[in-house]
Design a protein around this ligand. Structure first.
Ligand code: URA
Length: 223
């Protein structure tokens, strides 16, 4: 089912209202204009949502994995959900796939703390690393939406099909989403392979590298 913008806005307002009350929230977002504001807002937001128990994953998690990186990042990477290592350490992409992601970022002259912010659609680990349930995505996505609003990245890269279809609100295969410059609420968005897929299938490394060269050229204003 395609979710309309109105429906998204309704869910988002409901969630933020339950967290902040109406006035405070609107004030905070409108004021997120410079680097200092973003750092503070992101830290405050982390504090505010990290005890979330809205879905059953809140009871089984070790850590609420908010995200990591530069609040002023121009590049935002969005994965699926924390795995076992991420749950243990409270940071996204710290397992084998994460190590590969760090190498890819180094190749485009960035790192998880330099001009990059990394997070996931779900902030808590699904048991046995199963795919996120639609109900979990519905409850957790407003957190991602708010993170994007605070950081205001120049480019979003969705890592894998789940992140891509969640952000694009379309039930598509990865190959249908990859290779296109999408639009996410006015922010350019690219969908590429999940780093775990690159570990499973070496042949995907070359096309993934092509995607990240494209990412680099967009950030450097060359395309
Ligand atoms: N896979 C993801 O999608 N996110 C992580 O944080 C780790 C593995």
């Amino acid at each position: 089912m395609e979710v309309t913008s109105n429906e998204l806005i309704r869910r988002y307002l409901e969630q933020t209202q339950s967290l902040y009350g109406k006035e405070l929230f609107i004030h905070k977002v409108v004021n997120a204009q410079n680097g200092e504001d973003r750092t503070q807002l992101l830290a405050e937001y982390k504090q505010e949502i990290s005890a979330c128990l809205k879905c059953p994953l809140g009871k089984t998690r070790k850590s609420f994995v908010f995200g990591v990186g530069d609040p002023n990042a121009r590049l935002m990477l969005v994965g699926e959900a924390p795995g076992a290592e991420e749950d243990r350490l409270g940071e996204p992409f710290v397992g084998r796939a994460g190590k590969l992601l760090d190498k890819i970022l180094a190749a485009i002259k960035r790192s998880r703390t330099k001009d990059v912010f990394i997070c996931n659609v779900l902030k808590c680990r699904p048991p046995n690393n199963r795919d996120p349930l639609p109900s979990e995505v519905e409850l957790c996505e407003p957190y991602l939406i708010h993170q994007i609003q605070i950081i205001k990245p120049h480019l979003i890269v969705a890592l894998g099909r789940i992140a891509g279809k969640t952000l694009l609100k379309q039930e598509l295969m990865l190959k249908e989403m990859r290779g296109k410059l999408h639009d996410y609420q006015g922010i350019p968005l690219i969908v590429t392979y999940h780093p775990a897929a690159l570990l499973r299938n070496q042949a995907l490394k070359y096309p993934a590298w092509e995607d990240f060269k494209w990412v680099q050229s967009i950030l450097e204003g060359k395309s």
